[in-house]
Every structure is written in structure tokens, then in C-alpha cells.
Design a protein around this ligand. Sequence first.
Ligand SMILES: [Zn+2]
Length: 252
Amino acid sequence: MSASRPLTVAAPERPVSWRAALEAAVRDEFRGTPLVPPPGSSLLPAACAVPGCVRTGFTAPWGRFQARLCHGHADRWIADGRPADSAGWVAAQTALLVISVVRNQLAPQKIFFPKPAEYASLKPYAGQQVVNGTQAKLYANDQLGPDLNKVAGGKTYSQVSAEWIAGGMKSATLASQRTTLFTGETLKGLLLNAWGWAQIGSIAILAGILLIVFGGILFTLPVLNWLLNLRPELETTKSQRIPQALPDAATS
Ligand SMILES: [Zn+2]
């Protein structure tokens, strides 16, 4: 490193970092505000083809898929043996998603059926935690329903509330009943809502199964057609079974 260099070129002032360079170039009002594109914007990556899945679709169209799948669903599709009936498979995945949502909503509530069961219809569920739609509906109607009836002799929250207000909001008994009924009826509503979502999941599963069956039938039709109409060795019997099938039968 000699100090006596014949020529020195003054290097341009370099910014400390790319970030600093960018920030220097951007007007104040645009700094620090994240850009959030509206749903459906082309700036956003395409969502996974399974409705309800919030992950991004990465995997390019495979098989009969016209849309992209997220990594998780792509892996599951392969694990399921790459089903040809993608519509049926997607419907079944949506159902599983809804069911897991219901479970994720119910499990943290830590609602348990009383043990021993207080009502005959709940004996098989005694001590169980409410984690699925069927349990939610049973707990709402067969446990909370009778429990809430006992609070104020069968009166509802709005009836008790009206009474309490009419009496100048003085009665401590009515106030306590009102609070209990409000909490109980809210929980009942939430449980029945979870059951409703679980029903959507079950309907989607059924729709998925029907679509898979339908897809199977559609796949079988050309095979059947070949078996019945195009196989040469069946020529004598096929004309009796399916008279309209042979084009050459009409010409001869
Ligand atoms: Zn997905």
C-alpha cells in the first residue's frame, strides 16, 4: 500500500445500505406504511384451491387440478393417491377444514358434560369434553336448556330483564337471574353456532363423497361404452342389448 498514487478518483458518496438508499428516495408519507392489497388483488398470490384454506397456492396445476394447492394440501393430495376427481377431493378437504375449525373453537372453551350425567340423554357423554358439533348441540339443548329453565321458572333472559327494569332495577334476585340467563343463553347460542358449522362440514363431506362417486361413474362410462359397443367379439350379442349403438348396423 503505497501512499504515492499517481491518480485518485473520488468515489461517489455511497449510501450506508440499500434500505437507507430506498428510504432517502421515498417521500415521507409513504415511509413505514405497509401496503395491504385488497382481497382479490392481482398483487396477492393466488390462494390454495381448497375453499377456506388461508394458505397460498404454490404447487402448479398437477393432474386434473386447474388451480394451485398450498404445500400442505398438495402433500395430502399425493398421500391420497392423486385422486382423479379433484372436485370431490377438494370438497372433502373443505369439510375437514370446517370440522377442524369447529374443534379449534370448542376445545379451548373447556366445556365438560357433568359426571355423573344430570339428564338421561347425556349419560353416554358423562365427563366428556365438548369438542365436536354433535356434542355442542347436545350440551346446548339437553344440558344448558333444562339448566336455564330452572333459573327463573322457565322465563327467558328478555322476560326476566323486562321484569327487572319494570321493577325499577332494584331486585337483586332478578338481577342475578338476568346475568345467569344472559351468560347461559349466550353460551347456548355459541354452541349451536358451532354445531351449525359442523353441519356445513358434514354436508361438504357428503357432497365430496357424491362428487367422487359421480367422478367414478364418469370415468367408467367410456370403459362401459368400449366393453358394450366396440369390442369386436361381442358383435353378435351387443346388437340385441343395445340396438342403437352400432353406426355400421344402420348402413348394412
Ligand atoms: Zn391449502
